[in-house]
Design a protein around this ligand. Structure first.
Ligand code: TUI
Length: 308
């Protein structure tokens, strides 16, 4: 399937893997790229040296294009941005901020830049700044979210910009993929479905939580201090939301979340860890390889899209 995104990135299928902190490491990124999508290394809150190592390890596993996601709230984002330019990665996606100050260096290094936007205003600003495409991410997503839904955000961003738009948030199968295309997207980004991929190194307990999740099993914490994070309900979210409701200070709430994503992903602590996942977790019922996931989605989507 050809779109402006497959042409821009030199990939076979218009499926991009989300740049999930801790989860999106080199095994997963290489597997998605090998399967014909775009694998992404999630720099998350990691130091620049770790990101360089991850890039090098991915290159050992695949010769296909892959990307790195820069989480712009990372205090080491400047160093990570430099490492990415030095290592000659083909694509950068960004999240949780405005990547404007890195654009010139990345473009000079020949890198395709695709920021995540949660509003039409930022999409327009990014297009003017010269990015190659944008990812319009709805609040159905796991992790740090904006306030618009995928269904409303994607077509409004599509109408507002001329560059290609990638849809993200709430997409995990061929129906979601086809729906995103109907909204005008030219690719999708998926996170939650890839967390439970066979090649994902996430702790078994985390995967089981996603596989067992129902439609309304996620909560959004951190709304009160402007950093909303979607995750599966557990002891940690109950505690957090209770404190948040009682008006707890940001510093106190931060104590609960410090290192909690690592706890869930690496240690499999599903009680006090942060189990980031999107609202579509209820649809993810089986652990499959990245190639099986991508093939299943493309086959279903092609059948659906031929119908109209
Ligand atoms: O960034 C994400 N999702 C994330 S980042 C993350 S890191 C983390 N957070 C808490 C605990 C541990 C780790 C987890 N999930 N998605 C992309 C995204 N970007 N969603 C929303 C945005 C966004 C929002 C506002 C992007 C830009 C923006 O405005 C920037 C501006 O300056 O106008």
């Amino acid at each position: 399937m050809k779109t402006r995104i497959t042409e821009l990135l030199g990939i076979e299928y218009p499926i991009i893997q989300g740049g999930m902190a801790w989860v999106a490491e080199y095994h997963l990124a290489a597997a998605v790229s090998e399967a014909g999508g775009l694998g992404i290394i999630g720099a998350g809150g990691a130091p620049a040296s770790f990101v360089r190592e991850q890039i090098q390890k991915t290159k050992e596993l695949t010769e296909k294009p892959f990307g790195v996601n820069v989480m712009l709230m990372n205090p080491e984002a400047d160093d990570i941005a430099r490492v990415i330019a030095e290592e000659g990665v083909s694509v950068v996606t960004t999240g949780a901020g405005n990547p404007g100050k890195y654009l010139a260096a990345w473009k000079d290094a020949g890198i395709r830049v695709i920021p995540v936007v949660a509003s039409v205003a930022l999409a327009r600003m990014m297009e003017r700044a010269g990015v190659d495409a944008v990812i319009a991410e709805g609040m159905e997503s796991g992790g740090h979210i904006g306030s618009a839904t995928t269904m409303t955000l994607v077509p409004q961003v599509v109408d507002a910009v001329d560059i290609p738009v990638v849809a993200a948030g709430g997409i995990a199968d061929g129906r979601g993929f086809a729906a995103a295309m109907m909204l005008g997207a030219e690719a999708v980004q998926m996170g939650t479905r890839f967390v439970v991929a066979k090649e994902s190194v996430v702790h078994e307990n985390y995967k089981k939580k996603i596989l067992a999740a129902k439609d309304i099993d996620s909560e959004v914490t951190g709304m009160s201090h402007g950093h909303p994070v979607r995750q599966i309900r557990n002891n940690m979210t109950r505690e957090y939301l209770k404190l948040e409701k009682a008006g707890a200070a940001f510093e106190e709430l931060e104590q609960l979340t410090l290192g909690a994503l690592r706890k869930a992903v690496v240690e499999g602590d599903t009680v006090n860890g942060t189990l980031m996942a999107g609202q579509i977790a209820g649809l993810v019922k089986e652990e499959m390889s990245c190639a099986e996931i991508i093939q299943e989605i493309m086959q279903k989507a092609q059948t659906l899209l031929k119908l109209q």
